[in-house]
Design a protein around this ligand. Structure first.
Ligand code: NAI
Ligand code: MG
Length: 504
């Protein structure tokens, strides 16, 4: 453990006590699979007391654009554990994704999605696949900060934070440790995004050394996703940022056999939420044919999380036994392999009948006490010296010739700053651009101190003061340039805190 990080209070162990859980029955197939799963939970001796909460389609359509009411928030805050069936987000303007709202407002930073094949009982090309995707759940492009800046250009901010990276990477290693996993693979695109994905990679390297018994590797996300799809059996735990994790966890679930099978956990330091990875499947709602397995597996993860590991094993083994017997819902039914095509409720009844059984061929679940108990230290900020060394001024200009805007801005009295370069979509177009480069109406104009050292490797920029930036902006405005945004350029402890222009 990193000594500069404080220990957070660990998850309480609830092996035998009654645990109250906020339960959302959801929309579409939600109520059917939730009833089936709760019936199993009640029969298993889990000592769970469900407290229903109101969220989803009905709440949206009643005019609440967040899809969740105040009473539900209160129950969630009291119970700290949410068990949620899928909900339908109505199409149309103004409805915010309830999942994103819950994840971000409750600080559910880690999205854990285990995907294992059940060969030969569920059809898959990968009989030995057993992967856990651990996806960062709060930041990255999902921060949802988007702006249109000019006629040509819209922007989405990708926010990656050190506390976010430290929490998710440590969670991945702690998870591997707790569940006896051997390898953690980190997938990123830091060859392109050197600062954002680069930070994630750096934190991964820093934390990996604290777990010498777990193999650590990094892969660029494009080849990583391709290899995961082609050879998933080579992977164990995969940790990645929000968008990549969203994509690769669907790939993993799909190639393992059925989206109806996988459960997921959204873990925060105070609250945790458990759900199936699939949606509300309106196409089969109300027919009692949906596969409740995704939600059953989510329930197993919930029980492990609250320290009820024995009951988690009991349910998981009864479920594995049922799958092995060939009692299959329509989505995974195969004529040659299955023995009986069952409804949602028949499947649940069979799992209940199998409580106490262990699978014969599939490996049985064995969670030691405390296995679900992962605690992540609180982040402590290490302050860096932050020095202003310049400004990128983004200008909306309808002209086409970089030389024209470049020459013009070079003449401006820039308060002891000078124009260093101009880029368009990140590519340097002034000075010495190429005539082939296509230019939009969105020009990034970099101003640094007059006597700034131009050798970037020898990082000693001349500091400037913010008054110079304000004066420069005022001058640009007076001369008719339309400034649409600025980004300050900083050094942090003498390290450049901004990327260079391509071709700079
Ligand atoms: P979906 O996952 O609901 O359905 C995709 C396909 O898989 C459908 O053909 C469906 O019948 C099938 N399927 C899904 N779960 C199944 C199960 N348990 N058993 C048998 N077949 C199953 O995804 P879709 O259609 O894109 O979304 C439907 C609704 O669900 C949308 O309103 C969406 O916003 C919502 N949704 C909610 C989620 C959540 O609450 N966590 C997650 C994903 C989607
Ligand atoms: Mg998704």
């Amino acid at each position: 453990m990193n000594q500069h990080l404080l220990q957070e209070k660990p998850t309480t162990q609830h092996a035998d006590e009654v645990v109250k859980v906020a339960v959302a029955h959801g929309d579409g197939i939600g109520p059917e699979i939730m009833d089936a799963t709760l019936k199993i939970l009640m029969a298993s001796g889990a000592n769970i007391e469900p407290e229903p909460i109101n969220l989803g389609e009905k709440v949206y359509l009643a005019g609440n654009s967040a899809g969740i009411d105040q009473a539900a928030w209160k129950t969630i805050k009291q119970n700290k554990i949410i068990f949620k069936a899928p909900i339908t987000t109505p199409q149309g303007k103004g409805y915010k994704s309830l999942n994103v709202t819950l994840r971000k407002s409750l600080g559910l930073y880690s999205n854990v999605r285990p995907v294992a094949s059940l060969h030969p009982y569920v059809h898959t090309h990968f009989p030995n696949m057993d992967v856990v995707i651990i996806r960062e759940n709060e930041e990255d492009l999902y921060a949802g900060i988007e702006h249109q800046q000019t006629t040509d250009v819209v922007q989405c901010l990708k926010l990656i934070t050190r506390p976010g990276c430290e929490k998710i990477v440590r969670y991945a290693f702690e998870y591997a440790n707790a569940y006896g996993r051997k390898k953690v693979t980190c997938m990123l695109k830091d060859n392109i995004m050197k600062l954002t994905d680069g930070l994630f990679h750096k934190v991964f390297d820093e934390i990996a050394v604290e777990y010498p018994h777990i193999k650590a590797e990094t892969q660029i996300i494009d080849i990583g996703a391709a290899r995961l799809a082609a050879n998933p059996e080579a992977y164990d735990v995969v940790v990645t940022s929000n968008l990549y994790g969203d994509i690769i966890s669907d790939i993993a679930a799909e190639i393992a056999g059925s989206v109806g099978m996988a459960g997921s956990a959204n873990i925060g330091s105070e609250v945790a939420m458990f759900e199936a990875i699939h949606g509300s499947a309106p196409d089969i709602a109300g027919q009692n044919i949906a596969n409740p397995s995704g939600l059953i597996n989510a329930a197993v993860m919930m029980l492990a999380h609250i320290g009820k590991t024995e009951i988690a094993d009991r349910i998981k083994n009864a479920w594995l036994t049922t799958m092995e017997e060939g009692y299959h819902t329509a989505d995974v039914y195969q004529k040659d392999v299955s023995t009986k095509k069952v409804s949602t409720s028949e499947f649940a009844d069979r799992v209940i009948a199998n409580l106490g059984q262990k699978p014969q061929k599939l490996s049985a679940s064995v969670l030691d006490k405390g296995k679900g108990n992962i605690s992540i230290p609180t982040y402590t900020r290490k302050k860096e010296e932050q020095v202003l060394v310049g400004v990128d001024v983004f200008i909306n200009w309808q002209g086409a010739d970089p030389e024209q805007i470049g020459e013009s801005l070079s003449q401006i009295d820039a308060y002891k700053m000078k124009l260093k370069m101009i880029t368009n979509r990140g590519v340097k177009v002034y000075p010495n651009g190429l005539p082939e480069t296509y230019c939009t109406d969105h020009w990034r104009c970099r101003f640094v101190a007059d006597n700034a050292v131009t050798d970037y490797k020898n990082l000693s920029y001349e500091p400037i003061v913010y008054e110079q930036v304000i004066a420069l902006l005022s001058r640009l405005n007076n001369e008719g340039w339309e400034v649409i945004k600025t980004e300050n350029l900083y050094e942090f402890d003498g390290r450049r805190g901004f990327s260079l222009g391509q071709g700079e």
